[in-house]
Design a protein around this ligand. Structure first.
Ligand SMILES: [Zn+2]
Length: 432
């Protein structure tokens, strides 16, 4: 065992939500508050975390630390992207709403040249690593993103989309998805593939329900007010006109309801991701909260396509589990989840950075529960965010504003690994 010990003015312990209430007051006299340890340290064996806690305690057990002028924090999660669209960066103009954007997207995609997606995906996967990402929720139609994600050492879930309004079209899509999955072979440790619906405006009600009943999945939901019209009018509004102009017709549309959230809430479970959730009324927020599903916010994409931002305060107040994603490079300038949080932080001055950063630590939302929190015995991926100032008073704000707002590259202290050489029994709890 070759142990490395790093200390820093701040160590953030992570977790999907502010863990201070769970930890109680016992930690407050040890320099820890709200998941932040002042003058903290970590001990690592390879990629496995041996201990995290106050520097004095970790040094007493593992020896003198190498002092870093930085914030040490768990690696991050991008819970919604489409890696396979990376080559389409700058191809599709936004600002006219989702139906118009989809039409431009459909028109632009055939411009794709052979080999272009693979090249762009490899570069985008490297960018994810530079942005501190250790796990993703990646949307794919082709499974082509499996290889670049695996090669970059990224964990998480590939949500393999199955489309089709008409039952015959859906069955064909499902068969094609299963054939592609069989051909792709078993995913490497840490990555899983699940069949997933796309959105209420692209999947018939019966198929949507069957896919959601089948287990974990991800659904684009309430991204644009046009979805509300589409549900309320059973196929009308701007989406109805879009399908008409594309020459598409659907035989069995019954995704109907007061709103897109109301149309699917009965089928949403805690293992589902509801992505975007921009066009929500109060009733929708309450419905979502009751499902336990995780809402994935992609505010830069929403701002680009729809010109609106999600109702962050309402979602936080309702206790809706949250995560953050970037959407694809076709609608977002980068794949850095913290850049999304920096936008939310600027637009919602009343929400402290300490409440936002946990959105980027929700590994469980993408089936990678070892990512996003510093738990001894696990290998979550550990980052350092170096200082360019003498002193940092709020480490959450420093990370969100500098490493999110300016997209500075993180230093990796350890990479994620789903399997750890240590058993849970040997994990260190003494520093908690
Ligand atoms: Zn998306």
């Amino acid at each position: 065992m070759s142990v490395r010990v790093h200390s820093a003015p701040w160590v953030l312990t992570g977790g999907p939500s502010t863990p201070v209430a769970e930890r109680g007051s016992a930690t407050s006299n040890r320099g820890e508050r709200d998941g932040a340890i002042a003058d903290g340290a970590i001990a690592l064996d390879g990629n496995t975390l041996l201990a995290v806690g106050p520097r004095a305690e970790v040094e007493a057990r593992f020896g003198k630390a190498e002092r870093l002028d930085a914030v040490i924090l768990p690696a991050l999660v991008n819970a919604h992207l489409h890696l396979e669209l990376s080559h389409m960066k700058g191809w599709v103009a936004g600002g006219e709403g989702l139906p118009a954007w989809i039409q431009l997207f459909v028109a632009a995609r055939p411009r794709t040249r052979e080999g272009e997606p693979e090249q762009a995906m490899a570069m985008a996967a490297e960018d994810l690593v530079r942005a501190g990402v250790a796990a993703v929720g990646d949307i794919t139609n082709t499974l082509a993103s499996l290889r670049p994600l695996a090669e970059a050492g990224i964990a998480g879930t590939l949500f393999h989309e199955v489309f089709g309004f008409a039952p015959s079209r859906f069955e064909a899509s499902l068969a094609a998805a299963r054939a592609a999955r069989a051909a792709a072979g078993a995913p490497p440790p840490g990555l899983r593939i699940v069949e997933s619906p796309h959105a209420i405006y692209s999947t018939g009600a019966a198929a949507l329900e069957a896919l959601l009943r089948g287990g974990p999945g991800s659904l684009h939901l309430a991204e644009d007010p046009a979805e509300r019209d589409f549900c309320a009018t059973e196929g009308g509004g701007a989406f109805g006109r879009m399908y008409a102009s594309l020459g598409a017709h659907f035989e069995e549309l019954r995704v109907a309801g007061r709103s897109p959230v109301a149309a699917v809430a009965a089928h949403l479970r805690p293992h589902h991701l509801a992505v975007h959730c921009v066009d929500l009324d109060d009733e929708d927020v309450a419905l979502l909260a009751a499902t336990g599903a995780t809402v994935v916010l992609c505010p830069r994409s929403n701002s680009y396509i729809v010109g609106r931002l999600p109702r962050l305060e309402a979602l936080l107040a309702a206790g809706v589990p949250l995560a953050v994603g970037t959407d694809s490079l076709a609608s977002s300038p980068s794949l850095a989840p913290l850049a999304e949080l920096a936008l939310l932080w600027r637009e919602h001055p009343a929400v402290p950075a300490a409440r936002l950063l946990p959105l980027a630590w929700n590994g469980a939302a993408v089936g990678a529960s070892h990512v996003g929190r510093l738990v001894p015995g696990a290998a979550p991926g550990v980052l350092a965010a170096p200082f360019d100032v003498a002193r940092v008073d709020d480490p959450f704000e420093y990370v969100v504003s500098k490493f999110g707002g300016e997209e500075r590259a993180f230093t990796w202290l350890a990479r994620q690994s789903p399997a750890s050489p240590l058993t849970p029994d040997s994990s260190d709890r003494s520093s908690r």
